[in-house]
Design a protein around this ligand. Structure first.
Ligand code: IPT
Length: 460
């Protein structure tokens, strides 16, 4: 029989989200048309919103070339300007010159996503400075306003992949407000992932990683005590690492922009993250049991600038060229505590999605030796747990042998703890005839999906 699951487990939404690995953000709105603004104060005139060549298929085309399966559009940022013609405010595209006030960015974006098979996510900033300026503002009035807009967005544009509840400025939003909004999400979009922070902590499918640089901690557990999300100011490090004995399964999403800012500024054209920088981020987010949420900033034309698209595609090539060739393929594999025929150690290198290796229930530790026919040179390794069965292994490392007799530890694998969806380690090139995966401690017998060693592709 299969191993029993261990501890808090992922739901269907989280499993799908993990397997998507990289998702995109699109920060575009009235801020794009101001100089040097990323957090508008809600006073900018609607007449400035006027992209000259907006084309959402160009955005989704960027994602396709980068192998990014989903993207989250900012429908309304903290400035309160709505990129769709909301029935509940005048502070929106209908009072802009764009498409003579007949434009609807959310609709165009949703259609582009559908045409290119990209998951369509939406950011509806819970904090709204424009509404706050109104003399009629009350918390109750705002709760209704947000509920109405959420209902518009989750009703009119098809399936929504993820909804993003930014914690920035969210100080006065209460659990009771989020409870109402949460019920709308779950009623209208049962499969929608919720990014939750602060007082939306109890509804979060995924948590903030604690920084905006795309770096998940080592270790990075998918489990955490939800109160650590609520009290994020005191718990940045905890968000970054998770908690090995946390009571809930709420994995970390690593949001990072391909440029210094979230919104477009022409003076940052020279600061687009290079493929090397994106590769480092990928290895430290996806490769640290997180998901990489990569922001694009369409410019005043309404297009993703060329360099940004090129670099994102370059990242995809690095990933595919590196991980497309597991150098352990064809090795003979032996383990100490194999569970049974169905859970054979060779499942670790079979490149199949359903099969995995598992040890006997009584064994929290194991040793799995890969014997290569001839020595290989590698500078990267990757390990995956069966996330459906929960976090199990809590300490592991990797040894290698040049002559097949004497073993040495790969120093960068000393003190590794979490595995989860994917763990990647990079190091200076090593030559080995044998490689040994050492499972040193755990809460339950190991259940491992894939293990591989690789030579990193050459950066452009
Ligand atoms: C920060 C929020 O406090 C946090 O809840 C999360 O939404 C995060 O943003 C997303 O990046 S605020 C930011 C200025 C660090």
């Amino acid at each position: 029989p299969a191993p029993e699951p261990c501890g808090p487990l992922p739901n269907e939404r989280q499993i799908k989200w993990y397997n998507d690995e990289i998702i995109a953000f699109f920060h575009f709105g009235i801020n794009t048309f101001e100089n040097n603004v990323n957090e508008g104060d809600g006073r900018a005139g609607t007449f400035i919103f006027n992209p000259t060549a907006l084309d959402c298929r160009q955005w989704t085309g960027t994602l396709k070339s980068a192998g990014i399966p989903a993207g989250i559009l900012v429908a309304k940022h903290a400035d309160g300007f709505c990129n769709w013609p909301s029935a509940y405010t005048d502070y929106c595209v209908k009072n802009s010159p764009w498409r003579n006030g007949k434009g609807n960015l959310v609709k165009e974006y949703a259609e582009a996503c559908r045409a290119d098979s990209i998951g369509m996510g939406l950011y509806l900033g819970p904090h709204d400075r424009h509404e706050h300026l109104s003399p009629l503002y009350t918390k109750q009035r705002y709760e209704d306003y947000y509920a109405n807009q959420l209902t518009e967005l989750l009703t009119d544009y098809g399936p929504v992949y993820e909804i993003w509840w930014d914690g920035a400025g969210a100080d006065e939003l209460t659990i009771s407000m989020y409870t109402r909004w949460y019920n709308i999400v779950r009623r209208l979009q049962p499969e929608c992932v919720i990014f939750g922070t602060r007082n939306s902590y109890c509804f979060a499918d995924v948590r903030w990683v604690g920084n905006e640089s795309g770096i998940a901690g080592n270790p990075c557990w998918s489990t955490i005590n939800p109160e650590s999300i609520r009290d994020e100011n005191d718990n940045r490090i905890t968000l970054n690492h998770g908690e090995v004995n946390g009571s809930a399964y709420i994995p970390a999403e690593s949001d990072v922009s391909i440029r210094p800012s979230w919104f477009y500024h022409s003076y940052e054209d020279k600061d687009v993250k290079t493929v090397k920088q994106l590769w480092d981020i990928y290895c430290n987010s996806v490769g640290h049991n997180s998901v990489m949420l990569l922001n694009f900033a369409p410019d005043r034309r309404g297009l993703v600038p060329a360099q940004d698209s090129i670099n994102a595609a370059g990242l995809r090539k690095m990933i595919d060229d590196t991980f497309g060739n597991n150098l352990l393929t064809g090795a003979s594999v032996k383990s100490l505590h194999q569970r049974g025929k169905q859970y054979a150690p060779k499942n670790l290198i079979d490149n199949l999605s359903k099969t995995y290796y598992a040890s006997k229930d009584s064994n929290m530790t194991d040793s799995i030796v890969f014997d290569l026919k001839s020595p290989v040179t590698f500078d990267c390794l990757m390990l995956q747990e069966v996330i459906q069965l929960g976090h199990r292994t809590t300490r592991w490392s990797v040894d290698y042998s040049v002559d097949g007799k004497k073993w040495e530890k790969i120093p960068e694998t000393e003190n590794l703890q979490s595995i989860g969806h994917k763990w990647i380690v990079r190091f200076d090139p090593l030559k080995a005839k044998k490689v040994r995966l050492c499972i040193l401690d755990g809460k339950a017998c190991p259940a491992l999906h894939t293990f591989g060693i690789y030579k990193q592709a050459i950066l452009p």
